[in-house]
Design a protein around this ligand. Structure first.
Ligand SMILES: [Zn+2]
Ligand SMILES: [Zn+2]
Ligand SMILES: [Zn+2]
Length: 136
């Protein structure tokens, strides 16, 4: 390895990352590393579970994926539109809707500035039951 290779992902890593990204996109709703790995295996990919864990973490850290902690306490991932938003997640089928809640943003800003805080970060997800599941 020469010094120019340092910090540059090798072709195998790049390919695995693309495979993992595709699997997350195909799953549409929030998926855990285990679920992403199951899907990859289904498609005949040989990417290991540890690699899936590590890659998903890195992608979420880099803002490529959204991550939440699901009701079971597991981290789940999803490809989302850029920009600040929240999620309405069906507890039964996992269907996910991106929502913006201007009133909430205003409330948070007001509450924070009352305490002299600025540049507030927050993660709020809403879990419920979607129409399809409610009528099933
Ligand atoms: Zn999102
Ligand atoms: Zn549902
Ligand atoms: Zn918000």
């Amino acid at each position: 390895m020469t010094s120019t290779d340092l910090g540059r992902p090798n072709p195998r890593q790049t390919r695995q990352r693309a495979e993992i990204r595709h699997a997350v996109e195909a799953l549409a709703s929030f998926a855990t590393a285990q679920e992403v790995h199951d899907r990859l295996r289904h498609e005949g990919s040989g990417v290991g579970l540890a690699t899936v864990y590590r890659t998903l973490q890195a992608m979420a850290g880099g803002g490529e994926l959204d991550s939440i902690r699901n009701p079971d306490g597991q981290i789940a991932y999803r490809t989302c539109s850029p920009g600040h938003h929240h999620h309405l997640i069906c507890r039964t089928c996992g269907r996910t809707v991106e929502v913006t809640v201007p009133q909430l943003e205003q409330l948070v800003r007001g509450m924070a500035s009352d305490h002299g805080f600025a540049r507030i970060d927050h993660e709020v997800e809403f879990f419920g039951v979607c129409t399809t599941c409610a009528t099933a």
